[in-house]
Design a protein around this ligand. Structure first.
Ligand code: SAM
Ligand code: SF4
Length: 333
């Protein structure tokens, strides 16, 4: 039988990286991510972990080499470590890496299980080191839990990268301290601009901060040297002389990064979104639950390649394109 074709879109970009959301639910309510009274997807529509694994296998067969489990908060999904372990068995063969993005609230209990399951690196979201700011931002008093989770990840030997959303008037003054702390702990940091995904209880424009402003602030305290480091993703990197650590900047709004995009996203209900910032979608759950899942899935992935747009159309500001009606917690961060 002929080898299945790799996933290549109409712009010649090869897709090798899958972000798979295992739940849209979360134990925090970050104000930039979701409203306090978030409407979650009906549980009956969510893929089982076995279906998630089957999907992942389908992607591996088409050349996907890296899988990131995300959400919502992936660690609130019961038994998600079973899925991690199942995927981890493919690392070193079909897969280069299995990883997660997490808020770390549950990591104290799960870090070792993840490491044992084949995870080597993990992304953890941390927007502040101040308890009150954390409580205001996430609407939960969970900073101590999160810091415990980060410590557990380090103790389990996981390489930690921190993700920090930069917000004007919220954490901008604190970012150099976050960088110093993170690098002191041996963790890299990536700073992210707020993206207009899903309605929230606030106006994102109020806190939107282009990262060029953060770069200037960091340069007042640190010597930053542009780095040739690349992960094939959207970050630009800088080495920080004083700490020996690295900072990544993801600037979807102020500096579009789509040309080298190698990723696609699948929601917890099996909807494939070829672009985080576009409305295009393909229903993989219907394919998976059909009489001929293999053929239907292969066709669905071909459709996804045909409709992956060249670039996202994020804009933020008064009079700009409206916010997409999907929250980041649905598409998977
Ligand atoms: N709950 C996990 C977490 O927070 O790490 C994983 C899912 S979360 C949606 C993934 C990432 O998306 C987090 O780093 C979060 O800060 C970021 N995020 C959420 N909403 C965002 C938005 N509107 N703009 C930019 N980043 C956002
Ligand atoms: Fe939850 Fe992550 Fe969204 Fe915060 S950013 S509400 S932790 S999904």
């Amino acid at each position: 039988m002929a080898e299945p074709a790799p996933l290549i879109d109409t712009f010649g970009r090869r897709i090798t990286y899958l972000r798979l959301s295992v739940t849209d639910r979360c134990d925090l309510r970050c104000t930039y991510c979701m409203p306090e009274r978030m409407q979650f997807l009906p549980r009956k529509d969510i893929l089982s972990l076995e279906e998630c694994y089957d999907l992942a296998r389908g992607f591996m067969e088409r050349g996907v080499r890296k899988i990131r489990l995300t959400g919502g908060e992936p660690l609130v999904r019961r038994d998600v470590t079973d899925l991690v372990r199942a995927l981890g068995r493919h690392v070193g063969a079909e897969l280069d890496e299995v990883t997660l993005t997490t808020n770390a609230t549950q990591l104290a209990d799960k870090a070792q299980l993840l490491a044992d399951g084949g995870v080597r690196r993990i992304n953890i979201s941390l927007d502040t080191l101040d308890r009150e700011t954390f409580q205001r931002l996430s609407r939960r008093d969970a900073l101590a839990q999160v810091l415990g989770g980060i410590a557990a990840a380090k103790a389990a030997g996981l390489k930690v990268k921190l993700n920090t959303v930069a917000m004007k008037g919220v954490n901008d003054a604190e970012i150099p301290d976050i960088v110093a702390w993170a690098h002191g702990e041996g963790h890299d940091v990536t700073l992210i601009e707020t993206m207009p995904l899903g309605e929230v209880d606030e106006n994102r424009v109020d806190h939107y901060l282009p990262l060029a402003a953060v770069e200037d602030r960091l340069a007042e305290r640190f010597t930053l040297t542009p780095s040739s480091h690349t992960t094939g993703g959207p970050s630009r990197y800088f080495e920080v002389a004083e700490t020996g650590g690295r900072i990544g900047l993801i600037t979807p709004l102020s500096n579009n990064f789509c040309a080298g995009c190698n990723r696609i996203r699948v929601t917890a209900t099996g909807q494939l979104f070829p672009c985080l910032g576009g409305g295009e979608r393909v229903d993989l759950r219907a394919a998976l639950r059909s009489d001929d899942p293999q053929t239907r899935l292969a066709d669905a992935l071909d459709t996804a390649m045909a409709i992956k747009p060249e670039r996202h159309d994020f804009r933020i500001g008064e009079g700009e394109a409206p916010t997409l009606d999907r929250h980041m917690s649905v598409t998977g961060g």
